[in-house]
Ligand binder design. Structure first.
Ligand SMILES: Cc1ncc(COP(=O)(O)O)c(C=O)c1O
Length: 925
């Protein structure tokens, strides 16, 4: 048998199904296992089975070359068993390997590494020490990129020998021999935590890697043959895809030069040849330890183990008031001792204070900043509802104008009430047929800024406040938005509410659409000589009418790409995320990310805002879970996010192609969720057969909006169900909980916790419901069928228009004639505190229609926020128009905050507004 059969075998591999590389691997092992089982049991024709097994082995061998387990030795042993015709041996070996891959047991179980009956010693020779001793430590893999000639060299073997029982982790190595293979390994091998790059490898893989070139290009990695500093080029390529991986360079050349180059920032350490193998080994351990360590959680565990006597608040701390109780013992039994041992109101004795962190909370926040690509991170223990208010209060002043999507979560609107800034509502594009909004077109935002400029109010514009991605999955092109807005006003601040989108940092696909990812790119772009030249060129074309000299009345500005002045632009980006919504944090765990060049100027006010909103008794467990969520994402976020994307794509594909399910249910595609004018790429759907992944990535790079595949709108109207009914049905009949609903759809969210079994469970439920509808339809008589069709038509076609924000009443406007619609919402909010100035009108009272037609205007006294969709359809001071009333009347949701059906709409009385009008300018605002 050829010694190095795995790497010697050139093969066709397509990366088109990038996300499902791991599922593809598992599927092949499953097929192989089924064939091997029949072969071993002597069932079926071996004339058929043998070529099938051979073909599957041929397909698996090149794939397995990117993983340490089962790795070349086990695959060789398997091939040898097969070549020798040992059917039983093949079955046992395949079964063991497949089970180990599926269960991950090779990370901790020595027997997984053995497919033959071997002597104990020879087995323990081969095993990583931690596994051999039976002491569990986390396992990972290290990528070695070595020259072809080093295939049998000692460097890997020598590094292997450095492993010691006292190591905190166990690792195995995977060798690749080319730039391309190293990149593919970084893509497919989710166990990788470090890469050691030696001099002298090739560029091209010996496998035919279809579409790799295009894919790399989309990550900004060009095939320029073999650049001089190819080690560093590879480091950059790996980091672009997986920034968390630690890179070590081992070079025989001028290591001093390599160590001091600009790109060496990406490299953790540079070594001269392999003179310091133990140092390399220890560095690998230290790199992973840095990510593994959770300073706050680690200290909390130590604290919990200490015998502390508390003479402080919180009687349940240490569990004493619980475990000794006659009546609440079950609380202790249910939650377990550690919860109480770890509860404390102390900020000393190994703990730290969230309000003034100087110890392990500060360290935990700094680690999160590194992990999420921010300059500073602040932990929040009261959800992103509070994080948003903190950022808004920290940055927005009374009277400032804030461009804000009305569909932003209510916390933003309440934040503006608190600060007294004036919202200038910019409208998202409506998706009337599904009763939902998309996101705000860049044109709309630019138009609003240019209008302010034309009216001499641009200096008041302080912030652009948007939700990315939206509830329903619309992802902004954050880079384009910031770039073009900064071209109009160079010191604008951006608040991106990424409540749902925290995980996105760890997907190389989504990262480009995150605020922090875009800010990093924009920062690089503005600093580059190439951009400076491009800007000068553009300035020339615009005859110098750029920046402060832009002509706001020039309509061409709306359609051209505006460039910010690299000399005057200040990059000020804030992002909030509900860590608990997409990562493993406890409910209410939230983070604020800051990437603001001028943060030092507002740090004190940021602190004040933090104090304003943060409880003086923040929950220790929430803080610890934020620390742990960061650890998890830095060590396995890539694997988890890739898996959730793969599951989401699978669910989408299955629903839309299943003959029965697709007759009544449909998942909305990017083509259906993103109107053509915002989708220049023309990409209609994800992946094959609709678009190759490089095309989808191109769309994600350039299109104005893209759709996050993990947020799936499932249209239920054609099955005769409105969203709320179907949500209830899934919960009661199938124990399936879903996210929000619209009139004719439900939103399914695929997260890092979901599995293929979950997808199967949901599909089974959909198939059962589709079958039931099908049967009902067959059993219906003509009248019943007509009633069903009418119901479907009503759900799918008789949908209310979505009301836009109308305007603030004149008394809440500085200049009622202004074309920009900002207003003093806080004044309206507090005006309603005078009960005598308010009135109620029932929603169906004809007076409402009369007043809309004839006046006096109806002016909302408060926010009215239906759930769903969860954003205000009325805000304080807003003039209520007919479309809002029609929408309210058709709204079939139970929960509407700010509206009591038995009282009716709460309005500011016309005479109170008239009085106010007379004394406007009196400083009442
Ligand atoms: C866009 C958006 N921002 C903020 C929040 C509030 O987040 P939290 O629940 O963490 O307070 C939500 C909640 O659903 C949201 O959808």
């Amino acid at each position: 048998m050829a010694k190095d059969k795995i790497a010697d075998k050139p093969s066709e591999m397509s990366l088109a199904d990038f996300f499902s590389a791991n599922d593809g691997r598992r599927d092949r092992w499953s097929q192989l296992s089924a064939c091997a089982e029949a072969y071993g049991a002597g069932r079926g024709s071996s004339d058929k089975l043998v070529p099938q097994i051979a073909a599957l082995l041929d397909e698996l061998e090149p794939l397995e070359a990117y993983w340490a387990y089962p790795g070349a030795p086990l695959m060789r042993a398997l091939r040898a068993l097969f070549d020798s015709g040992d059917a039983q041996g093949v079955f046992k070996a395949v079964d063991r390997i497949k089970t180990s891959i599926f269960s991950g047991s090779y990370r901790r179980d020595p027997s997984a590494w053995n497919i033959e009956e071997e002597a104990e010693e020879s087995l323990s020779d081969r095993l990583p020490p931690g596994i051999a001793e039976g002491a569990y430590r986390p396992y990972f893999e290290v990528l070695s990129v070595v020259p072809e000639s080093a295939r049998t060299s000692n460097s890997q073997r020598e590094l292997h020998k450095m492993r010691r029982p006292e190591d905190p982790f166990v690792f195995e190595q995977v060798a690749t021999f080319s730039f391309e293979d190293a990149v593919v390994a970084a893509i497919v091998n989710t166990n990788l935590q470090a890469a050691v790059i030696y001099d002298g490898f090739h560029y091209k893989s010996r496998h035919a890697l279809a579409s790799l070139g295009e894919l790399l290009q989309r990550f900004g990695i060009e095939d320029d043959g073999m650049p001089a500093d190819y080690g560093l080029a590879l480091a950059r390529a790996i980091k672009t895809i997986r920034p968390e991986i630690d890179i070590y360079l081992v070079s025989e050349r001028n290591v001093e030069e390599a160590a001091t180059s600009e790109q060496a920032r990406l490299v953790r350490r540079v070594f001269y040849e392999i003179e310091e193998l133990m140092e390399l080994h220890l560095s690998i351990m230290a790199g992973v330890t840095e990510r593994y360590s959770t300073p706050f959680f680690d200290n909390l565990k130590k604290y919990a183990a200490k015998p502390v006597g508390t003479f402080h608040a919180l009687p349940l701390a240490r569990g004493k008031s619980v475990f000794k109780s006659n009546w609440i013992k079950d609380m202790g039994q249910f939650y377990g001792a550690n919860l109480f041992l770890a509860e404390s109101s102390a900020t000393t004795g190994g703990l730290d204070s969230l309000l003034d962190p100087v110890g392990n909370i500060k360290e935990a926040q700094d680690k999160a900043a590194r992990a999420f690509g921010a300059d500073h991170v602040f932990f929040g223990t009261n959800g992103t509802s509070t994080s948003n208010k903190i950022v808004v209060q920290a940055l927005c002043r009374p009277g400032d104008i804030i461009l804000i999507d009305r569909n932003c979560h209510k916390s933003h609107h309440y934040g503006l009430v608190l600060t007294g800034s004036q919202p200038l509502y910019v409208e998202a594009f409506p998706m009337v047929e599904y009763s939902m909004y998309g996101a705000v077109p860049l044109r709309t935002i630019k138009q609003a800024l240019l209008t302010l400029k034309a009216e001499g109010k641009l200096d008041k514009a302080r912030m652009v406040d948007l939700t990315n991605c939206t509830f329903d999955g619309h992802m902004y092109n954050c880079l384009r938005v910031m770039q073009e807005c900064l071209a109009i006003k160079p010191d604008l601040i951006f608040l991106w509410d990424e409540a749902w989108f925290g995980f996105a940092r760890f997907s190389p696909f989504h990262r480009r659409r995150t605020a922090m990812g875009a800010a990093a790119k924009l920062e690089q772009m503005l600093a580059s000589a190439e951009y400076h030249a491009r800007y000068e060129d553009w300035k020339g074309q615009m005859k110098g009418k750029v920046g402060a000299d832009l002509d706001p009345k020039d309509p061409a500005l709306l359609d051209m790409t505006l460039l910010p002045d690299p000399e005057t632009t200040r990059l000020r980006v804030y992002q909030t995320n509900s860590t608990h919504k997409s990562m493993s944090a406890l409910r209410q765990g939230s983070m604020i990310f800051v990437r603001d060049q001028d943060f030092h100027l507002i740090e004190a006010q940021f602190q004040e805002a933090f104090y304003t909103h943060t409880s003086t008794s923040p929950n220790q467990q929430i803080i610890a879970s934020l620390d742990l969520a960061r650890r998890q994402m830095e060590l396995e976020g890539y694997e988890l996010t890739m898996s959730s994307i793969s599951l989401a794509l699978d669910l989408r594909r299955q629903v839309n192609s299943h003959p029965l399910i697709s007759s009544y249910f449909h998942t909305l595609t990017p083509g259906e969720m993103v109107p053509k004018e915002f989708r220049a790429s023309g990409v209609e759907d994800y992946g094959r057969p609709n678009a190759a992944w490089d095309k989808v990535l191109e769309a994600w790079d350039n299109d104005e909006f893209a759709l996050d595949p993990t947020r799936i709108t499932l249209v239920t109207g054609r099955a005769g169900y409105d969203g709320t009914q179907f949500k209830g049905l899934l919960a009661s009949k199938y124990d399936v909980q879903i996210n929000k609903t619209s009139r004719n759809s439900i939103l399914i969210q695929i997260n890092i916790n979901n599995s293929r079994s979950d997808i199967a469970h949901l599909l089974k439920a959909l198939a059962a419901e589709a079958r039931a509808v099908d049967q009902r339809l067959k059993d219906m008589d003509a009248n019943e069928k007509a009633a069903f069709d009418a119901g479907v038509k009503s759900l799918m076609e008789d949908v209310p228009d979505l009301p836009n924000f109308s305007r603030f009443h004149d008394v809440f406007r500085d200049d009622p004639k202004s074309a920009a619609s900002e207003g003093h919402m806080r004044a309206a909010f507090f005006a309603a505190y005078r009960e005598e100035d308010c009135e109620h009108l029932k929603l169906n009272d004809p007076k409402i229609d009369e007043r809309i037609a004839m006046g006096p205007q109806l002016v909302s006294a408060n926010f009215v926020i239906p759930y769903p969709p969860g954003f205000p359809i009325m805000v304080p001071g807003q003039v209520i128009e007919a479309d809002t009333i029609t929408f309210m009347r058709k709204l079939d949701v139970q929960e509407i905050h700010g509206y009591n059906a038995s009282l009716g709409l709460r309005l500011l009385k016309p005479d109170a507004l008239a009085k106010r009008s007379k004394k406007s300018g009196s400083g009442d605002r």
